[in-house]
Design a protein around this ligand. Structure first.
Ligand code: ATP
Ligand code: MG
Length: 591
């Protein structure tokens, strides 16, 4: 049990959550008031009707009062017509507020996702992040709106029925005293249990989403490697867990209903007992007795629902808490003051060390590197030596654990994040495209104002027009989610076109042409060569032929730069680079 589960139902933190949640409804005050009025009418109308039972029995049938005989049917119609209006107002009003709250919360959580640092996305399975939007925020709304509706409607019913009872016979109402402490006890026990279970249900919904996402996304691997039984078993396990938890909720709610019903039956028995004492039985008319009995009978389902309202509240509260926790997470650090217009591209890494969160070894162990303005620096080295890690510091996805980066003579951290990122064009090792058209993918984000001519020019330079032109709608062709309708090399060329269009002073190419055939690669190399003039470029490549012309080559090994110089210098050095070079150009199968 964690701290949150042990916490009481009405402590300070919970009040915070209530207040904050309430803040979301503030804008809908009028609708809220109307809805609450509707709920009150809904609950009250029933009590008014119950109160009519005594005259119905005592005056209508026994005394045959002509006035009442005329008015009674009319009253009944009016009461239920009014109640109908109340029911409508409460149902629609509460849904109206609920849907608005869901959307507002979804927007806020999504807004956090757009601002949270890279470390957040590694820390939690993505299924959890998705289900927070699809499931948890729905829980907040449905749970809390249901809760309000039940609390008000049933609350009013209970109170007004109590009034009806007291009004008719205070003596018989004593029977209720039997119920009160028992109901209170049941409510407390139930709400404790609900809170701890609800929390676990949210977690398990995340696992369900995550498992589906993974198995569906990797449908090819699942089929080729015969992963169906494994995926099936995994899904069975997570859904089983969700089912078990949901049944626990159902069990609690069913037991509490039974308990309340038993208590209520006991109270009814007491009522009959009290009403039939020798000294009372003569004073109580059948109308009074029936009215009190009916009022009490009507109170029971309301009380039952009121004890279960805890389940809704607890579900909503633990869901809201989870959402608020994400909204409160610190966004990416951005304390810089300097608004960078266009950097000269004078980039220096000074003693950079980096340890990824939750990882033992350091990925970078003291990197010193100067990239002068307008030059090309190539990073080469074994897989896992830290090349991608080093360049991922440029857009400040991670902050070095030691050392600093200096750009144009200023500490990197002194620039505002947005203006810094505007300086960087990036083609990453794995290309990410969005569902949309080719043009939308090239002119993505801040580039979306680009003209068609500019997009075409960028696509030409990336040697992408060749295949875009052959697509049915050209630049306006849809490429499917994640660019699923394109080949690996085509995706890469779109990413390169995007980087070319950005026209930023710092260019990062992490294995940017690895998926291309030699001819396309050569064509793009030419375009990139032109692009690299007047820019500070960092190129990572395994194919050494593509970086021979670089101004300097840094060879990385185990998070360090072990050799640095031009192609010719490094060959002459007869060290790591020369060895790599020999392997690629002499081995018969080398590429
Ligand atoms: N997000 C991460 N969390 C933890 N460790 C990571 C993360 N990304 C990379 N690493 C580790 O950091 C080291 C350097 O990885 P990096 O991706 O920088 O290598 P690389 O030189 O780019 O390799 P490749 O040539 O295969 O792309 C590796 O040992 C890797 O396991
Ligand atoms: Mg890499």
């Amino acid at each position: 049990m964690n701290a949150a589960e042990r916490r009481g139902v009405w402590d300070a933190k919970t009040w915070e959550v209530y207040k904050r949640l309430f803040g979301y409804t503030r804008r809908y005050r009028t609708v809220g008031l109307l809805a609450i009025l509707g709920m009150a009418i809904d609950g009250g109308a029933l009590a008014v009707f119950t109160n009519l039972l005594r005259p119905l029995f005592d005056d209508l049938f026994k005394n045959k009062d002509p006035h009442l005989i005329f008015w009674m049917p009319i009253w009944i119609m009016i009461i239920f017509a009014v109640r109908g209006i109340g029911t409508f107002l409460s149902s629609y009003g509460i849904s109206y507020i609920g849907r608005h709250v869901v959307q507002a919360m979804q927007m806020d959580v999504f807004g956090s996702y757009l601002k949270l640092p890279a470390t957040f996305f590694g820390a939690e399975p993505s299924g959890q992040q998705i289900s927070r939007i699809t499931y948890t925020s729905e829980q907040v709304a449905s749970a809390s709106t249901d809760a309000i509706k039940i609390a008000v409607t049933e609350g009013v019913t209970v109170v007004s029925m109590l009034y009806v009872m007291l009004h008719n016979s205070a003596y018989l109402t004593l029977a209720l005293l039997v119920m009160v402490p028992a109901v209170a006890l049941i409510a407390t026990v139930v709400s404790r249990r609900y809170r701890s279970i609800s929390r676990r249900i949210q977690g398990s919904m995340g696992s369900v989403t995550g498992t589906v996402e993974e198995s569906v996304g990797a449908y090819r691997e699942v089929r080729i490697y015969g992963g169906q039984p494994h995926e099936g078993a995994r899904f069975d396990e997570v859904t089983r867990r969700a089912r078990r938890l949901n049944l626990k909720i159902a069990l609690t709610s069913a037991s509490s209903s039974t308990a309340i019903q038993t208590v209520a039956a006991f109270a009814l028995a007491v009522l009959v007992f009290l009403g039939t004492r020798a000294d009372v039985i003569d004073h109580i008319t059948s109308g009074v007795f029936i009215t009190v009995l009916t009022a009490m009978g009507a109170m029971i389902p309301s009380l039952k629902r009121l004890t279960n309202v805890q389940s809704n509240i607890q579900r909503g509260m633990s869901a809201a808490e989870d959402l608020f926790d994400v909204m409160d997470m610190a966004p990416e650090g951005d304390h810089g003051r300097i608004e960078l217009d266009r950097t000269r591209g004078d980039l220096v890494f000074e003693g950079i060390r980096l340890r990824y969160p939750r990882s033992e070894a350091e990925a970078l162990r003291g990197v010193d590197l100067r990239c002068p303005p307008g030059t090309v620096t190539a990073l080469v080295g074994r897989s896992g030596s830290g090349k991608s890690t080093l360049v991922s510091l440029l857009p400040r996805f991670y902050e070095p654990s030691a050392g600093r980066i200096v750009l144009d003579g200023e500490d990197y951290l002194d620039y505002t994040l947005a203006s810094l990122r505007r300086q960087i064009a990036w083609v990453g090792q794995s290309v990410v495209l969005f569902d949309g058209t080719v043009a939308e993918n090239i002119a993505y984000g801040e580039l979306s104002g680009a003209s068609e001519a500019e997009i075409v020019a960028a696509a030409e330079a990336a040697n992408a027009m060749e295949f875009i032109g052959r697509m049915p709608q050209g630049l306006q062709s849809q490429i499917g989610q994640g660019g699923g309708m394109l080949s690996g090399g085509q995706r890469q060329r779109i990413a390169i076109a995007r980087a070319i269009l950005k026209n930023a002073p710092i260019l990062v190419l992490d294995e940017a042409t690895s998926a291309l055939d030699t001819e396309s690669e050569r064509l793009i190399q030419n375009a990139l060569q032109r692009l690299m003039e007047h820019r500070t470029t960092l190129v990572i490549a395994h194919r050494l032929s593509t970086i021979e012309g670089a101004d300097q080559i840094a060879v990385m090994d185990h998070g360090r730069i072990v050799e640095q110089g031009t192609h010719a210098e490094l060959l002459a050095l007869q060290g790591h680079y020369a060895a790599l070079h020999r392997m690629q150009f002499q081995a018969p199968a080398g590429d």
